[in-house]
Design a protein around this ligand. Structure first.
Ligand code: PEP
Ligand code: MN
Length: 347
């Protein structure tokens, strides 16, 4: 349920509305727009019906809207303007398309520094790289853990790109946040509700990947967990679905981009690399994502993918990535956007 306050609603009337909601044992989330303020009512649906008519009778209330979807705080009904998530100097969800790139995993000092320099030179504005890796097999490379985080921070210090990296478990979160600018919740963890609540409480920027078999509603409800804890800085990421065909590793749901942007005010990125599974399919999927209106991309780039310890076949070489970014500039422009650049003066 959403309470739309009248443009002339006074602070006292607004306070009375919030108080009435809290007295009913429900949560009240305020969203201050340019024109008007709306209050999201959070909690047990059974209590709400009674409260609805009471709120409608209060001064300063324009109308009370019943929300049809099960998610509220992430919905466009609750907040009409798109959320911009700020990660250091980078703004995700603004008019500019944000390109984030880097290796699948951090493997060595030399590897992450080379990757960071290359993706920055090509036009990426954030660095990615896994230190805790969710591998299908327990015998595969699991990541350098804290050493990987340290190397990411070193790369950031040298090239000036903010860093996004995955936390697989609530117990890793504090450590990851000591080094990273944004926490990635991987596709396999999209419904790890303990972890979602923890990143919600941590109030850090969150990159939430869609699960390989998650509906858009489930994805938005996962994001709702984070927002419900008071963290509005969530960026959604489509990375491909489990399908009946295996020509690509996962089936990229390009349609999810405009649909999510319609249903939610959260920015939407696309990871074409996990979906492609093979280097040659990455550029076409990346181009399609930007053409479909994605707010940014997460692309795997490795200085020497033949020697990569994870996802070698899908990682672009630096030159391939540079060529792709050039194409993306033209596509972004064709859909009325530009690629984000770092502010002048970044090292
Ligand atoms: C990754 O980004 O390297 C990764 C493991 O992604 P996903 O969680 O989408 O599989
Ligand atoms: Mn990967």
């Amino acid at each position: 349920m959403i309470v739309v306050l009248h443009p002339s609603c006074t602070p006292e009337q607004q306070e009375a509305v919030v108080r009435r909601i809290r007295e009913a044992g429900l949560g009240a989330h305020l969203s201050q727009g340019v024109m008007r303020t709306v209050v999201g009512v959070i909690g047990d649906d059974r209590t709400k019906e009674q409260l609805r008519t009471m709120l409608e009778a209060m001064d300063g209330v324009e109308r009370v809207v019943k929300v049809l979807q099960p998610y509220k705080l992430v919905s466009r009904e609750f907040q009409p303007q798109t959320t911009a998530v700020q990660v250091g100097p980078v703004r995700i969800g603004g008019p500019e398309v944000v390109v984030i790139a880097g290796p699948c995993s951090v493997e060595s000092r030399e590897q992450i520094l080379q990757a960071a320099r290359a993706v920055k030179a090509a036009g990426a504005v954030m660095l990615r790289g896994g230190a805790f890796k969710p591998r299908t097999s327990p015998y595969s490379f699991q990541g350098l853990e804290e050493e990987g985080l340290r190397l990411l921070a070193e790369a950031r210090a040298e090239v000036g790109l903010p860093v996004v990296t995955e936390a697989m478990d609530a117990r890793q979160l504090e450590l990851v946040l000591r080094y990273a600018d944004m926490v990635q919740i991987g596709a396999r963890n999209m419904q790890n509700y303990t972890l979602l609540r923890e990143v919600g409480r941590a109030r850090c920027p969150v990159l939430l990947k869609r699960g390989p078999a998650a509906t858009l509603e489930e994805t938005l409800l996962a994001a709702e967990y984070v927002l419900a804890e008071g963290n509005p800085s969530v960026v959604l990421c489509e990375r491909g679905l489990r399908s009946f065909d295996n020509h690509t590793r996962f089936l990229l749901d390009v349609g999810a981009v405009p649909v999510l942007q319609r249903l939610s005010h959260l920015p939407v990125l696309v990871d074409p690399s996990q979906a492609a599974g093979k280097r040659q399919w990455v550029p076409p999927l990346a181009r399609a994502a930007v053409a479909a209106g994605a707010d940014g991309l997460l692309v795997e780039v490795h200085p020497d993918p033949e020697r990569a310890l994870s996802d070698g076949p899908q990682q672009l070489r630096p030159q391939e990535f540079a060529d792709l970014v050039r194409q993306l500039r033209a596509i972004a422009e064709a859909v009325g956007r530009t690629l984000a650049a770092l502010p002048v003066g970044t090292p």
